[in-house]
Ligand binder design. Structure first.
Ligand code: GLN
Length: 281
């Protein structure tokens, strides 16, 4: 059982269960057992696995064959170049959400006061914590789920920014106090009838609470937009990740909310219409 043979065996096992990117996944799992970097696997292609290492691998591969996301198996995920702990109480951070973070940074750039930012439904904390790494700002993270907040707290500590953060439990805008220069969120936005059609690694493993946006996918977003003006400072900006397939409905919703102005949909790095941005009227 050399590295070469193990990788082939794992790749075929994962492929036979229709798991995405089987080769890369096999490399990640073997790296987890061996330690070091993925490139080391190729530098030591003839390394022979011990019985104990093979046992560990068998158990990791068995989990991956059930479509458990590799980030849950490894307990970590990269976002904006930072390592976040993840578990099943939160969504796994997605790379498209990094564009939302960049928009928030852009809005805060050049401010003469310390920006106040809220990340609503923070989950792993990836948005707010990344902002704390990039900005000298006063940042509030909220989530309805206490397990998610505990994870966000752990990530804030691991990444050395817990001092600049306030974590509050609560639903939507409800836990906010005062006004903010930026309200940002990657809220649950999958439509009820599309929940069943999600890929198995999402549907069977990620928390429905973090995904499900109600019948029209807007049940969390609508009250956030309607109530935002009360919590936005002058020229304050709201940035929300949305589902590309319902941007027409979102544009119509933004037009109907007179307390917000200049509503636009922005694209992510893959060219999909992924974020709404609007300002306090
Ligand atoms: N803010 C977190 C993220 O972007 C969690 C989002 C969610 O649970 N809907 O990954």
């Amino acid at each position: 059982w050399t590295t070469e043979k193990l990788l082939d065996w794992m790749t075929h096992s994962l492929e036979s269960h229709e798991v995405d990117s089987p080769r890369v996944l096999a490399e990640m799992l073997l790296t987890e057992v061996y330690g070091g970097n993925r490139i080391d696997l190729y530098a030591n292609a003839q390394r022979v696995a011990s019985e104990d290492e093979r046992e560990q691998l068998r158990s990791l591969v068995a989990r991956a064959m059930k479509h458990e996301p590799v980030q849950y198996i490894l307990g970590k995920s990269l976002f904006f170049g930072h390592e976040f702990s993840v578990n099943q109480s939160t969504l796994i951070p997605r790379s498209c959400t990094e564009v939302l973070v960049m928009q928030a940074i852009e809005h805060c750039k050049g401010m003469t006061h310390t920006p106040r930012v809220a990340d609503i439904g923070t989950g792993s904390g990836c948005i707010g914590i990344t902002l704390a790494k990039q900005l000298d700002a006063d940042i509030t993270l909220t989530d309805i789920c206490t397990d998610a907040l505990a994870l966000a707290q752990e990530n804030a500590e691991n990444l050395g920014v817990s001092e600049s953060l306030t974590l509050i439990q609560g639903d939507g805008l409800e836990p906010l106090t005062g006004t903010y220069d930026v309200l940002c969120s990657n809220p649950p936005y999958i439509l009820s009838h599309e929940m069943d059609e999600l890929a198995p690694n999402v549907k069977e493993w990620e928390p429905a609470l973090a995904l499900h946006g109600g019948q029209d996918g807007l049940e969390i977003i609508r009250p956030m937009l309607e109530g935002a003006h009360e919590f936005l400072s002058e020229n304050g900006c709201i940035l929300i990740e949305v589902l590309p397939s319902i941007t027409a409905e979102i544009k119509a919703l933004m037009t109907s909310i007179l307390t917000l102005r200049e509503g636009v949909i922005l694209k992510d790095q893959f060219g999909d219409e992924r974020f709404l941005r609007a300002y306090k009227s």
